[in-house]
Design a protein. Structure first.
Ligand SMILES: *[C@@H]1O[C@H](CO)[C@@H](O)[C@H](O)[C@H]1NC(C)=O
Ligand SMILES: *[C@@H]1O[C@H](CO)[C@@H](O)[C@H](O)[C@H]1NC(C)=O
Ligand SMILES: *[C@@H]1O[C@H](CO)[C@@H](O)[C@H](O)[C@H]1NC(C)=O
Ligand SMILES: *[C@@H]1O[C@H](CO)[C@@H](O)[C@H](O)[C@H]1NC(C)=O
Ligand SMILES: *[C@@H]1O[C@H](CO)[C@@H](O)[C@H](O)[C@H]1NC(C)=O
Ligand SMILES: *[C@@H]1O[C@H](CO)[C@@H](O)[C@H](O)[C@H]1NC(C)=O
Ligand SMILES: *[C@@H]1O[C@H](CO)[C@@H](O)[C@H](O)[C@H]1NC(C)=O
Ligand SMILES: *[C@@H]1O[C@H](CO)[C@@H](O)[C@H](O)[C@H]1NC(C)=O
Ligand SMILES: *[C@@H]1O[C@H](CO)[C@@H](O)[C@H](O)[C@H]1NC(C)=O
Ligand SMILES: *[C@@H]1O[C@H](CO)[C@@H](O)[C@H](O)[C@H]1NC(C)=O
Ligand SMILES: *[C@@H]1O[C@H](CO)[C@@H](O)[C@H](O)[C@H]1NC(C)=O
Ligand SMILES: *[C@@H]1O[C@H](CO)[C@@H](O)[C@H](O)[C@H]1NC(C)=O
Length: 377
């Protein structure tokens, strides 16, 4: 990646010092959540490299004459573009791959405690998503509305009545919202731009649908069924308007499968609402069956509420709300690593987007919340 130049530093105090310093043009190193560096302004490039001498592994040189000297490689960083900037490696050593943005969960939880918070009133909000227009979208369970918000300030953009009773979930795929009423046999497919219905999808074989996810480039739709204790798989038979038909189901070994999280076409997570568990499902490509593995057991942590939802952050941690004021956080092995407690809230669903901005829906108390911990990833 870096290439070599011969760079001569001539100074009166220090003797003539000719060194080859590897560098990359037009980039700088942006440290993550922690770093040890000094910034000195009004430096010539040679002064800057002299200051850094051999003791610093990385040096940013900015075209405005600012020099940033790192005493050690930051564990988390990004390489950013900037015309005429230069990134030097005076020790001819290079950083390891960056860790994820927030490897220290306690640091992140502290940031969340002092985050900026925006609230909006809404009746019975369920699952949330960000659509391709950048809107935050949810469904009001009762009475049955699809509601779009500005994702930054949570002002209402549109509120559209949709058919069916008790909307339990909403999903988004390729310009279409899919919402499922609890009572009723038709899933609503709605154009996300015009908000006009585009098709009805039969859910006659589903009792109490809860989570929706798309696999195989949207060829397959999987819906969790609370009452059937099954995952139901549907096959797409038409792209426009979208149409899916039921193909097969797989019984799960737990009560009330609920929230879903897509990892890849042969791995996803499903929560068990009543038992407060999270399972991983991996596809056996020989048989087409899904192998079930218990990942998280939150049943000892709280007796109220249920495990509605799961999200996985960019550090691979599992965030599992319980319809209480506490979201429990687990590592990939299912070990509890922390909790995020928001007094006065009962978190039913959540989303995490870039820079750990979070959206929390509180169905019981009729509100949604945006939390911005002011982190730059
Ligand atoms: C920048 O450095 C030059 C040369 O050392 C000096 O003449 C000038 O006053 C400095 N400017 C500032 C803003 O410090
Ligand atoms: C020079 O540019 C860097 C990078 O944009 C910036 O962080 C720094 O504040 C600037 N320094 C001055 C003195 O303008
Ligand atoms: C930063 O690096 C300097 C020089 O190696 C060292 O003296 C200092 O203790 C370090 N500071 C932190 C916070 O690690
Ligand atoms: C890179 O990772 C290795 C193995 O974990 C470690 O020994 C080494 O100190 C790391 N290097 C840097 C520059 O952080
Ligand atoms: C939400 O409703 C409560 C109670 O009616 C009201 O006090 C509050 O100002 C409302 N909040 C917003 C953001 O509209
Ligand atoms: C959302 O709100 C922000 C802040 O008020 C505003 O800058 C932005 O233009 C709004 N976006 C849309 C799509 O309305
Ligand atoms: C949604 O409506 C727009 C405007 O009529 C149309 O261009 C688009 O193809 C529709 N999308 C779907 C998925 O039906
Ligand atoms: C969906 O079904 C309802 C009730 O049968 C019907 O009124 C409506 O026109 C259908 N919508 C579409 C897009 O087919
Ligand atoms: C789900 O349960 C309903 C009602 O008990 C039943 O009619 C339906 O056949 C079941 N679906 C599957 C896929 O077993
Ligand atoms: C799914 O539907 C397509 C038609 O869109 C069909 O070609 C395919 O055989 C179906 N697959 C299954 C597993 O039913
Ligand atoms: C997939 O199923 C086949 C046939 O039952 C079995 O032999 C194989 O061990 C399974 N593979 C995995 C990874 O479970
Ligand atoms: C959350 O974590 C803090 C710090 O470890 C702990 O004191 C608190 O009891 C935990 N809360 C819950 C509800 O588990």
């Amino acid at each position: 990646m870096a290439h070599l130049i011969v760079y001569c530093v001539i100074l009166t105090i220090i003797s003539v010092n000719c060194r080859q310093i590897p560098h990359i043009n037009n980039v700088f190193l942006q440290p993550g959540y922690t770093s040890n560096s000094t910034t000195i302004s009004n430096q010539t490039l040679s002064q800057c490299l002299c200051v850094s001498s051999l003791s610093c592994p990385a040096v940013n040189w900015f075209p405005n004459g600012t020099c940033q000297v790192f005493y050690s490689f930051p564990p988390t960083y990004r390489i950013r573009s900037m015309t005429a900037a230069r990134l030097y490696f005076p020790q001819k050593t290079y950083p390891n791959a960056s860790l994820c943005c927030m490897p220290d969960i306690n640091y992140l939880l502290n940031k969340l405690q002092s985050a900026s918070v925006t609230l909006a009133n809404i009746s019975n909000p369920r699952d949330m998503l960000i659509d391709d227009s950048g809107y935050l979208v949810t469904v009001e369970m009762s009475l049955n509305y699809l509601h779009r918000f500005n994702a930054t300030d949570l002002t209402s953009i549109s509120r559209t009545a949709i058919p069916g009773y008790y909307q339990m979930t909403v999903a988004y795929d390729q310009g279409v919202f899919y919402s499922t009423p609890n009572a009723g046999v038709l899933m609503n497919a709605i154009n996300s731009t015009t908000l006009a219905p585009v098709s009805n999808i039969s859910m006659a074989l589903i009792k109490d649908p809860r989570g929706i996810l798309f696999l195989d480039k949207s060829q397959t739709m999987m819906i969790t069924s609370n009452k059937n204790q099954s995952l139901l798989f549907f096959n797409r038979t038409s792209i426009a308007p979208p149409q899916y038909i039921y193909t097969y189901s797989q019984v799960v070994n737990n009560l009330s499968p609920h929230g879903v999280w897509y990892v890849n076409d042969s791995y996803f997570y499903v929560t068990s609402y009543a038992q407060k568990l999270v399972f991983g499902y991996s596809k056996n490509t020989t048989t087409g069956q899904w192998n079930e593995a218990l990942i998280v057991n939150a049943s000892m942590l709280t007796t109220s509420g249920g495990s509605t939802n799961i999200v996985i952050d960019e550090c691979g941690r599992l965030w599992v709300p319980q319809e209480t004021n506490t979201v429990y956080i687990f590592d990939q092995q299912g070990v509890l690593v922390g909790n995020y407690t928001i007094p006065g809230l009962a978190v039913s669903f959540m989303k995490i987007v870039d820079n750990y901005i979070m959206y929390l829906s509180d169905c019981a108390n009729n509100q949604i919340m945006r939390v911005n911990p002011n982190i730059q990833c």
